[in-house]
Design a protein around this ligand. Structure first.
Ligand SMILES: [Zn+2]
Length: 446
Protein backbone atom coordinates (compact mmCIF):
# COMPACT_ATOMS: atom_id res chain seq x y z
CA UNK A 1 0.00 0.00 0.00
CA UNK A 2 1.36 3.39 -0.98
CA UNK A 3 1.94 5.73 1.96
CA UNK A 4 0.03 8.92 1.27
CA UNK A 5 2.65 10.75 3.32
CA UNK A 6 5.20 10.38 0.52
CA UNK A 7 2.86 11.05 -2.41
CA UNK A 8 4.69 12.89 -5.18
CA UNK A 9 8.20 11.88 -4.04
CA UNK A 10 10.70 12.74 -6.78
CA UNK A 11 12.03 9.97 -9.03
CA UNK A 12 15.61 10.30 -7.75
CA UNK A 13 14.39 9.73 -4.18
CA UNK A 14 12.42 6.66 -5.25
CA UNK A 15 15.35 5.22 -7.17
CA UNK A 16 17.67 5.76 -4.21
CA UNK A 17 15.14 3.94 -2.03
CA UNK A 18 15.03 1.05 -4.50
CA UNK A 19 18.82 0.90 -4.57
CA UNK A 20 19.06 0.82 -0.75
CA UNK A 21 16.37 -1.87 -0.48
CA UNK A 22 18.00 -4.00 -3.20
CA UNK A 23 21.41 -3.70 -1.57
CA UNK A 24 20.07 -4.58 1.89
CA UNK A 25 18.04 -7.60 0.80
CA UNK A 26 20.77 -9.00 -1.46
CA UNK A 27 23.94 -8.43 0.51
CA UNK A 28 23.45 -7.46 4.16
CA UNK A 29 23.50 -10.44 6.57
CA UNK A 30 20.90 -9.00 8.99
CA UNK A 31 18.22 -8.98 6.26
CA UNK A 32 18.77 -12.51 4.99
CA UNK A 33 15.40 -13.66 6.37
CA UNK A 34 13.56 -10.69 4.93
CA UNK A 35 13.67 -11.90 1.31
CA UNK A 36 10.47 -13.87 2.09
CA UNK A 37 8.61 -10.56 2.52
CA UNK A 38 9.97 -8.90 -0.62
CA UNK A 39 7.14 -8.27 -3.07
CA UNK A 40 9.68 -7.09 -5.65
CA UNK A 41 6.95 -4.70 -6.83
CA UNK A 42 7.68 -1.63 -8.95
CA UNK A 43 6.74 0.91 -6.25
CA UNK A 44 9.72 1.25 -3.87
CA UNK A 45 7.53 2.78 -1.13
CA UNK A 46 5.04 -0.10 -1.16
CA UNK A 47 7.84 -2.65 -1.40
CA UNK A 48 9.61 -1.21 1.65
CA UNK A 49 6.33 -0.93 3.57
CA UNK A 50 5.79 -4.70 3.20
CA UNK A 51 9.02 -5.50 5.08
CA UNK A 52 9.42 -6.16 8.83
CA UNK A 53 11.12 -3.63 11.11
CA UNK A 54 14.43 -3.32 12.92
CA UNK A 55 14.48 -2.55 16.61
CA UNK A 56 17.18 -2.49 19.27
CA UNK A 57 16.59 -6.13 20.21
CA UNK A 58 17.11 -7.15 16.56
CA UNK A 59 20.23 -4.94 16.38
CA UNK A 60 21.69 -6.59 19.47
CA UNK A 61 20.89 -10.01 18.05
CA UNK A 62 22.62 -9.29 14.72
CA UNK A 63 25.54 -7.34 16.18
CA UNK A 64 27.21 -4.36 14.48
CA UNK A 65 28.76 -6.55 11.74
CA UNK A 66 25.31 -7.84 10.71
CA UNK A 67 24.47 -4.47 9.10
CA UNK A 68 27.74 -4.06 7.21
CA UNK A 69 28.18 -5.04 3.57
CA UNK A 70 30.42 -8.16 3.70
CA UNK A 71 32.50 -6.64 0.88
CA UNK A 72 33.63 -3.93 3.31
CA UNK A 73 36.34 -5.00 5.73
CA UNK A 74 35.09 -3.87 9.14
CA UNK A 75 38.07 -5.20 11.09
CA UNK A 76 40.59 -3.24 9.08
CA UNK A 77 38.43 -0.07 9.06
CA UNK A 78 38.30 -0.31 12.87
CA UNK A 79 42.06 -0.86 13.00
CA UNK A 80 42.65 2.16 10.69
CA UNK A 81 40.38 4.30 12.90
CA UNK A 82 38.07 5.04 9.94
CA UNK A 83 35.16 3.87 12.07
CA UNK A 84 34.74 2.94 15.70
CA UNK A 85 32.26 1.02 17.83
CA UNK A 86 29.90 3.27 19.77
CA UNK A 87 27.65 2.07 22.56
CA UNK A 88 24.38 3.91 23.00
CA UNK A 89 23.05 4.21 26.50
CA UNK A 90 19.41 4.76 25.69
CA UNK A 91 17.03 6.20 28.27
CA UNK A 92 15.30 2.83 28.39
CA UNK A 93 18.47 0.95 29.27
CA UNK A 94 18.53 -0.97 25.99
CA UNK A 95 22.16 -0.62 25.07
CA UNK A 96 23.18 -1.22 21.48
CA UNK A 97 26.59 -1.28 19.80
CA UNK A 98 26.83 0.61 16.52
CA UNK A 99 29.54 1.08 13.97
CA UNK A 100 30.13 4.80 14.29
CA UNK A 101 31.18 6.58 11.13
CA UNK A 102 31.96 10.22 11.96
CA UNK A 103 32.14 11.38 8.33
CA UNK A 104 28.64 10.01 7.64
CA UNK A 105 27.31 11.60 10.83
CA UNK A 106 28.78 14.97 9.85
CA UNK A 107 27.33 14.76 6.34
CA UNK A 108 23.90 13.86 7.74
CA UNK A 109 24.09 16.83 10.11
CA UNK A 110 25.16 19.23 7.35
CA UNK A 111 22.21 18.09 5.21
CA UNK A 112 19.84 18.80 8.10
CA UNK A 113 21.09 22.42 8.27
CA UNK A 114 19.48 23.03 4.88
CA UNK A 115 16.09 22.59 6.55
CA UNK A 116 16.36 25.72 8.68
CA UNK A 117 17.17 29.15 7.25
CA UNK A 118 19.20 30.22 10.30
CA UNK A 119 21.19 26.98 10.43
CA UNK A 120 21.90 27.21 6.70
CA UNK A 121 23.28 30.72 7.19
CA UNK A 122 25.23 30.19 10.43
CA UNK A 123 26.52 26.61 10.38
CA UNK A 124 29.66 26.15 8.29
CA UNK A 125 31.72 23.55 10.20
CA UNK A 126 34.05 26.23 11.57
CA UNK A 127 31.43 28.12 13.58
CA UNK A 128 32.09 28.33 17.33
CA UNK A 129 29.61 26.17 19.21
CA UNK A 130 28.85 25.88 22.92
CA UNK A 131 27.18 22.70 24.16
CA UNK A 132 25.11 22.26 27.31
CA UNK A 133 23.96 18.71 28.00
CA UNK A 134 24.63 15.72 30.18
CA UNK A 135 28.38 15.01 29.97
CA UNK A 136 27.47 11.33 29.85
CA UNK A 137 25.83 11.99 26.46
CA UNK A 138 28.43 14.43 25.10
CA UNK A 139 31.55 16.12 26.47
CA UNK A 140 33.70 15.43 29.51
CA UNK A 141 32.13 14.11 32.74
CA UNK A 142 33.66 15.05 36.08
CA UNK A 143 31.88 14.81 39.43
CA UNK A 144 34.97 15.27 41.60
CA UNK A 145 36.10 18.88 41.31
CA UNK A 146 35.75 20.89 38.12
CA UNK A 147 37.48 20.96 34.75
CA UNK A 148 38.97 24.18 33.46
CA UNK A 149 37.83 25.64 30.16
CA UNK A 150 40.76 24.22 28.17
CA UNK A 151 39.90 20.74 29.44
CA UNK A 152 36.34 21.17 28.13
CA UNK A 153 37.35 22.57 24.74
CA UNK A 154 37.58 20.38 21.65
CA UNK A 155 38.41 22.33 18.50
CA UNK A 156 35.56 24.77 17.87
CA UNK A 157 33.38 23.20 20.61
CA UNK A 158 33.14 24.39 24.19
CA UNK A 159 31.37 21.96 26.55
CA UNK A 160 29.87 24.16 29.25
CA UNK A 161 29.10 21.47 31.78
CA UNK A 162 30.82 18.46 33.34
CA UNK A 163 28.17 17.61 35.98
CA UNK A 164 25.33 15.15 35.25
CA UNK A 165 22.62 16.39 37.60
CA UNK A 166 21.50 20.04 37.15
CA UNK A 167 19.73 19.90 40.54
CA UNK A 168 23.18 19.70 42.16
CA UNK A 169 24.72 22.60 40.23
CA UNK A 170 25.87 25.26 42.69
CA UNK A 171 25.32 28.90 41.73
CA UNK A 172 29.05 29.31 41.05
CA UNK A 173 28.89 26.55 38.43
CA UNK A 174 26.01 28.26 36.61
CA UNK A 175 27.75 31.65 36.89
CA UNK A 176 30.79 30.09 35.26
CA UNK A 177 28.64 28.76 32.38
CA UNK A 178 27.07 32.19 31.88
CA UNK A 179 30.50 33.91 31.95
CA UNK A 180 31.85 31.44 29.43
CA UNK A 181 28.93 31.92 27.03
CA UNK A 182 29.42 35.69 27.28
CA UNK A 183 33.17 35.44 26.60
CA UNK A 184 33.09 32.68 23.98
CA UNK A 185 30.16 34.23 22.05
CA UNK A 186 29.12 31.00 20.31
CA UNK A 187 27.40 31.26 16.92
CA UNK A 188 25.38 28.20 17.93
CA UNK A 189 24.37 26.98 21.37
CA UNK A 190 23.39 23.33 21.25
CA UNK A 191 21.56 22.15 24.34
CA UNK A 192 19.43 19.61 26.08
CA UNK A 193 16.27 21.63 26.64
CA UNK A 194 15.92 20.60 30.30
CA UNK A 195 19.55 21.54 31.04
CA UNK A 196 19.32 24.89 29.26
CA UNK A 197 15.95 25.64 30.92
CA UNK A 198 17.55 24.96 34.31
CA UNK A 199 20.33 27.45 33.55
CA UNK A 200 17.81 29.97 32.20
CA UNK A 201 15.66 29.79 35.36
CA UNK A 202 18.78 30.60 37.36
CA UNK A 203 19.84 33.43 35.00
CA UNK A 204 16.36 34.97 35.19
CA UNK A 205 16.31 34.79 39.01
CA UNK A 206 19.87 36.14 39.31
CA UNK A 207 19.15 38.77 36.63
CA UNK A 208 22.19 37.66 34.65
CA UNK A 209 22.50 38.65 31.01
CA UNK A 210 23.45 35.97 28.47
CA UNK A 211 25.02 36.57 25.05
CA UNK A 212 22.49 35.67 22.34
CA UNK A 213 23.89 33.15 19.84
CA UNK A 214 22.66 33.27 16.25
CA UNK A 215 20.87 29.97 16.75
CA UNK A 216 19.91 27.73 19.66
CA UNK A 217 19.60 24.07 18.67
CA UNK A 218 17.63 21.87 21.07
CA UNK A 219 18.54 18.21 20.91
CA UNK A 220 18.94 15.04 23.04
CA UNK A 221 15.38 15.45 24.41
CA UNK A 222 11.92 16.43 23.29
CA UNK A 223 11.48 19.99 24.61
CA UNK A 224 8.63 20.80 26.98
CA UNK A 225 6.51 23.90 26.38
CA UNK A 226 7.80 24.95 29.82
CA UNK A 227 11.44 24.53 28.81
CA UNK A 228 10.97 26.53 25.63
CA UNK A 229 9.20 29.29 27.55
CA UNK A 230 11.98 29.47 30.17
CA UNK A 231 14.67 29.55 27.46
CA UNK A 232 12.73 32.19 25.52
CA UNK A 233 12.53 34.38 28.64
CA UNK A 234 16.34 34.70 28.57
CA UNK A 235 17.29 34.42 24.88
CA UNK A 236 15.80 36.14 21.86
CA UNK A 237 17.81 33.92 19.48
CA UNK A 238 15.97 31.70 16.98
CA UNK A 239 15.36 28.24 18.46
CA UNK A 240 15.27 25.03 16.40
CA UNK A 241 14.74 21.48 17.54
CA UNK A 242 16.96 18.91 15.85
CA UNK A 243 15.78 15.32 15.93
CA UNK A 244 17.69 12.11 15.31
CA UNK A 245 19.39 9.16 16.95
CA UNK A 246 22.83 7.60 17.21
CA UNK A 247 21.60 4.74 15.01
CA UNK A 248 19.86 6.86 12.39
CA UNK A 249 21.70 10.21 12.15
CA UNK A 250 19.80 13.46 11.67
CA UNK A 251 16.21 12.58 10.78
CA UNK A 252 14.17 15.80 11.19
CA UNK A 253 14.99 19.47 11.65
CA UNK A 254 12.66 22.22 12.79
CA UNK A 255 12.38 24.99 10.21
CA UNK A 256 12.06 28.70 10.97
CA UNK A 257 8.24 28.30 10.88
CA UNK A 258 8.23 25.72 13.68
CA UNK A 259 7.46 22.50 11.79
CA UNK A 260 9.83 19.56 11.43
CA UNK A 261 11.06 18.50 7.99
CA UNK A 262 12.49 15.12 7.06
CA UNK A 263 16.19 15.07 6.17
CA UNK A 264 15.42 13.46 2.78
CA UNK A 265 19.05 13.55 1.60
CA UNK A 266 20.00 11.07 4.33
CA UNK A 267 16.91 9.10 5.27
CA UNK A 268 13.50 7.81 4.37
CA UNK A 269 10.77 7.59 6.99
CA UNK A 270 7.79 5.23 7.12
CA UNK A 271 4.95 6.46 9.30
CA UNK A 272 2.95 3.84 11.24
CA UNK A 273 -0.31 5.44 12.39
CA UNK A 274 -1.79 4.73 15.79
CA UNK A 275 -5.30 3.24 15.83
CA UNK A 276 -7.98 5.96 15.71
CA UNK A 277 -8.86 5.68 19.42
CA UNK A 278 -5.19 6.27 20.29
CA UNK A 279 -4.79 9.39 18.15
CA UNK A 280 -4.37 7.93 14.65
CA UNK A 281 -4.17 8.47 11.78
CA UNK A 282 -2.44 11.80 12.52
CA UNK A 283 -0.37 10.45 15.39
CA UNK A 284 1.96 7.50 15.00
CA UNK A 285 5.43 5.96 15.10
CA UNK A 286 8.42 6.27 12.76
CA UNK A 287 10.53 3.67 10.99
CA UNK A 288 13.74 5.18 9.61
CA UNK A 289 15.70 3.90 6.60
CA UNK A 290 19.12 5.56 6.27
CA UNK A 291 21.00 6.47 3.06
CA UNK A 292 24.70 6.53 2.14
CA UNK A 293 26.15 4.98 5.31
CA UNK A 294 28.79 2.51 4.09
CA UNK A 295 29.10 0.98 7.56
CA UNK A 296 25.49 0.45 8.55
CA UNK A 297 22.67 -0.39 6.18
CA UNK A 298 19.57 0.30 8.21
CA UNK A 299 16.05 -0.43 6.96
CA UNK A 300 12.89 0.48 8.84
CA UNK A 301 14.48 1.16 12.22
CA UNK A 302 11.86 1.72 14.94
CA UNK A 303 13.37 4.88 16.40
CA UNK A 304 10.97 4.73 19.35
CA UNK A 305 9.27 8.13 19.16
CA UNK A 306 5.71 9.23 18.61
CA UNK A 307 5.00 12.07 16.18
CA UNK A 308 2.13 14.16 14.86
CA UNK A 309 1.91 14.69 11.10
CA UNK A 310 1.48 18.22 9.82
CA UNK A 311 -2.07 18.81 8.66
CA UNK A 312 -1.19 21.65 6.30
CA UNK A 313 1.77 22.48 4.04
CA UNK A 314 4.44 24.44 5.92
CA UNK A 315 4.56 28.17 5.11
CA UNK A 316 8.37 27.88 4.68
CA UNK A 317 7.73 26.20 1.32
CA UNK A 318 9.70 22.99 1.97
CA UNK A 319 7.71 20.10 0.53
CA UNK A 320 10.13 17.15 0.37
CA UNK A 321 9.45 14.12 2.56
CA UNK A 322 7.39 14.03 5.70
CA UNK A 323 6.49 17.20 7.59
CA UNK A 324 5.58 17.00 11.28
CA UNK A 325 3.71 19.36 13.53
CA UNK A 326 5.57 17.89 16.49
CA UNK A 327 7.55 15.10 18.03
CA UNK A 328 5.01 13.98 20.64
CA UNK A 329 7.54 12.23 22.88
CA UNK A 330 9.29 8.92 23.36
CA UNK A 331 7.21 5.76 23.06
CA UNK A 332 8.47 4.73 26.50
CA UNK A 333 7.03 7.97 27.91
CA UNK A 334 3.50 7.16 26.73
CA UNK A 335 0.98 6.93 29.52
CA UNK A 336 -2.52 5.48 29.32
CA UNK A 337 -5.82 7.17 30.15
CA UNK A 338 -8.20 5.50 32.60
CA UNK A 339 -10.19 4.16 29.63
CA UNK A 340 -7.10 2.72 27.93
CA UNK A 341 -6.39 5.50 25.39
CA UNK A 342 -2.74 6.39 24.69
CA UNK A 343 -1.65 9.77 26.03
CA UNK A 344 1.53 11.23 24.55
CA UNK A 345 4.04 13.20 26.59
CA UNK A 346 3.17 16.32 24.58
CA UNK A 347 -0.55 15.96 25.34
CA UNK A 348 0.21 15.93 29.08
CA UNK A 349 2.82 18.66 28.67
CA UNK A 350 0.37 21.05 27.01
CA UNK A 351 -1.99 20.68 29.99
CA UNK A 352 0.65 20.94 32.73
CA UNK A 353 2.51 23.84 31.09
CA UNK A 354 -0.81 25.70 31.13
CA UNK A 355 -0.92 25.73 34.95
CA UNK A 356 0.75 28.95 36.15
CA UNK A 357 3.40 28.47 38.83
CA UNK A 358 4.74 25.06 37.73
CA UNK A 359 8.44 25.40 36.85
CA UNK A 360 9.30 21.79 36.30
CA UNK A 361 7.45 18.51 36.68
CA UNK A 362 7.31 14.79 36.21
CA UNK A 363 4.07 12.92 35.74
CA UNK A 364 4.14 9.31 36.92
CA UNK A 365 1.48 6.76 36.05
CA UNK A 366 1.39 4.65 39.20
CA UNK A 367 -1.44 2.27 38.26
CA UNK A 368 -4.02 2.00 35.49
CA UNK A 369 -6.02 4.79 37.14
CA UNK A 370 -3.56 6.53 39.48
CA UNK A 371 -1.32 9.39 38.43
CA UNK A 372 1.16 11.40 40.48
CA UNK A 373 2.25 14.82 39.32
CA UNK A 374 5.50 15.84 41.01
CA UNK A 375 6.19 19.51 40.49
CA UNK A 376 8.72 22.20 41.35
CA UNK A 377 7.43 25.68 42.06
CA UNK A 378 8.57 28.92 43.66
CA UNK A 379 4.90 29.84 44.01
CA UNK A 380 3.73 29.32 47.58
CA UNK A 381 0.09 28.83 46.56
CA UNK A 382 0.14 25.06 46.31
CA UNK A 383 -3.64 24.83 46.75
CA UNK A 384 -4.24 26.96 43.65
CA UNK A 385 -1.84 24.84 41.55
CA UNK A 386 -3.63 21.68 42.72
CA UNK A 387 -7.05 23.22 42.07
CA UNK A 388 -6.06 24.07 38.49
CA UNK A 389 -4.02 20.98 37.60
CA UNK A 390 -6.39 18.27 38.89
CA UNK A 391 -9.47 18.96 36.73
CA UNK A 392 -7.30 19.62 33.66
CA UNK A 393 -5.56 16.25 34.10
CA UNK A 394 -8.87 14.47 34.74
CA UNK A 395 -10.13 15.95 31.46
CA UNK A 396 -7.10 14.42 29.74
CA UNK A 397 -6.95 11.05 31.53
CA UNK A 398 -10.68 10.47 31.89
CA UNK A 399 -13.23 10.45 34.71
CA UNK A 400 -11.76 7.28 36.20
CA UNK A 401 -8.40 8.98 36.77
CA UNK A 402 -7.23 9.62 40.33
CA UNK A 403 -4.73 12.48 40.30
CA UNK A 404 -2.34 13.26 43.17
CA UNK A 405 0.07 16.18 43.31
CA UNK A 406 3.31 16.34 45.23
CA UNK A 407 5.50 19.38 45.52
CA UNK A 408 9.22 18.54 45.41
CA UNK A 409 12.40 20.58 45.73
CA UNK A 410 14.00 19.29 42.55
CA UNK A 411 13.60 16.67 39.83
CA UNK A 412 16.89 15.00 38.86
CA UNK A 413 17.15 13.56 35.33
CA UNK A 414 17.08 9.83 34.60
CA UNK A 415 20.38 8.21 33.64
CA UNK A 416 22.34 9.11 31.53
CA UNK A 417 20.98 12.62 32.08
CA UNK A 418 17.67 12.79 30.25
CA UNK A 419 14.60 14.38 31.67
CA UNK A 420 11.48 12.20 31.50
CA UNK A 421 8.46 14.42 31.80
CA UNK A 422 6.05 11.48 31.75
CA UNK A 423 6.85 8.03 32.96
CA UNK A 424 4.60 5.01 33.29
CA UNK A 425 5.41 2.77 36.27
CA UNK A 426 3.11 0.14 34.79
CA UNK A 427 4.04 -1.83 31.65
CA UNK A 428 3.02 0.06 28.52
CA UNK A 429 3.82 -1.38 25.09
CA UNK A 430 4.00 1.50 22.59
CA UNK A 431 3.39 -0.86 19.65
CA UNK A 432 0.07 -1.94 21.15
CA UNK A 433 -1.31 1.43 19.96
CA UNK A 434 -0.35 0.93 16.30
CA UNK A 435 -3.21 0.62 13.86
CA UNK A 436 -3.40 -3.16 13.18
CA UNK A 437 -3.93 -2.45 9.47
CA UNK A 438 -0.43 -0.94 9.27
CA UNK A 439 1.60 -3.15 11.57
CA UNK A 440 4.68 -4.54 9.74
CA UNK A 441 4.69 -8.29 9.04
CA UNK A 442 6.24 -10.89 11.33
CA UNK A 443 9.90 -11.66 11.50
CA UNK A 444 12.38 -11.67 14.30
CA UNK A 445 11.40 -8.27 15.67
CA UNK A 446 7.79 -7.57 14.71
ZN1 LIG B 1 8.83 24.56 7.28
Amino acid sequence: MKTATHAGAPDRYLSLLKEVTDCALRTIPAYRQWAAYDTGGPDPLARLAALPLVDKAFMREQGPAGFVNPEHDLESALARGEVELAHTSGSTGDRVSNVWCQSWWNASEAASWQLNTHARRVCDRVHPEAILASPLCVGFPCEDGYLDRAQRTLGRFLFLNERVNPCDWPAAHMDRMIDEVNEFKPAVLEASPSYLAHLCRYAARAKRHLFAPELIVLTFENPSVLHRRQIRAVFDSPIASSYGATEAGYVFMECECGRLHQNTAYCHVDFIPFAPRHGGPGIGALLVTTFHNPWRVLLRFDIGDVVKLATEPCPCGRRAGLTLDSIEGRGVNLTVASDGRAVTQNAADRIIAGVPGIEDYQLLQVSEQDYLLKFVSCDSDEARITAQAKPALVALYGNGARIQLERVEALPPDPPGKCRLCKPLIPVNPRAFWDPRHVPPGGPSA
